[in-house]
Each structure stands twice: as structure tokens, then as C-alpha cells.
Design a protein around this ligand. Structure first.
Ligand SMILES: *[C@@H]1O[C@H](CO)[C@@H](O)[C@H](O)[C@H]1NC(C)=O
Length: 128
């Protein structure tokens, strides 16, 4: 290939790269999605534990409500729970539940739900 046709070719390739990048530079909407983070369970007394629920997300405004609902744990009757009373916003990034343990050394499976338009279910397990 002579130098002249080489430079023409380079010009053509550069031209297509330019067109291509002008198409990829469009803004797109990010789907609104809550992303639950690792849950933590801490012992806080002889028959008490604290469940810490953290979240991250995409496309969610800081002042949007985040409501979680702990549906319960299997086997039934192992514990009762109470959510913190605060009304949470996305920017809090965390809520806690106080667990009262009625039976010890039991392996549990629990279901936690993020409600509303952030609908996500999380199942998790731990030992009392
Ligand atoms: C999450 O769990 C609740 C309670 O079992 C149920 O009503 C809801 O349909 C579930 N949502 C999804 C997306 O699985």
C-alpha cells in the first residue's frame, strides 16, 4: 500500500470511529433498582439480636421512601421482631430490626421485602 492510500484509509477509519462514538454518547435512563447489601445479625443480649439491613441502588432519589417488611422466619416461633420506628429515605441506606430470641441454636430462613415500586425480596439465613 502506498502512503497516500494508507492515509486515506486511516481517514476513513477515523471517520467511522467518530460516527460510532456519536451514537454511543446518548443518555439512557437507568432502571430504578434497589440493591440489598449484605445483612448483618449481631447479638445484643442474652435473648436479643439486632438485624441490620443495608441497601444501595441505581436511579433512586435520596429523598425517596424505602420501606422494608420482614415477613418472618422459619421455623415459626423461634423469634419475634420489631422494626426501628424511623420512616426511612433512600439516603439513610440502612434500617434495623430488634429480634427477641425465644429458642436458641436454631438455624433460620427469613424473608425480607423491599415494598412499593422498589419491589425486591431477600431471603437469608442465620443461627440464633
Ligand atoms: C415477595 O414476597 C411477598 C411475600 O411472600 C410476596 O407477596 C411478593 O409477591 C414477593 N415478590 C416477589 C417479587 O417475589
Amino acid at each position: 500500500m502506498n502512503p497516500r492510500s494508507q492515509s486515506v484509509l486511516i481517514f476513513i477509519i477515523a471517520f467511522f470511529l467518530l460516527i460510532d462514538s456519536s451514537y454511543t454518547a446518548k443518555d439512557v435512563n437507568i432502571a430504578k433498582r434497589i440493591i440489598p447489601q449484605l445483612l448483618k445479625v449481631k447479638k445484643s443480649g442474652e435473648h436479643k439480636m439486632i438485624l441490620e439491613v443495608r441497601w444501595d441502588g441505581t436511579g433512586i432519589k435520596n429523598n425517596e421512601k424505602v420501606i422494608t417488611k420482614l415477613h418472618g422466619c422459619n421455623p415459626d416461633g423461634t423469634l419475634t421482631f420489631r422494626r426501628d420506628t424511623k420512616k426511612h429515605k433512600f439516603s439513610d441506606r440502612k434500617t434495623t430490626y430488634e429480634l427477641a430470641v425465644h429458642k436458641k441454636k436454631i438455624s433460620l430462613q427469613c424473608l425480607l421485602e423491599f415494598t412499593g415500586d422498589l419491589q425486591t425480596n431477600v431471603t437469608f439465613g442465620f443461627r440464633t
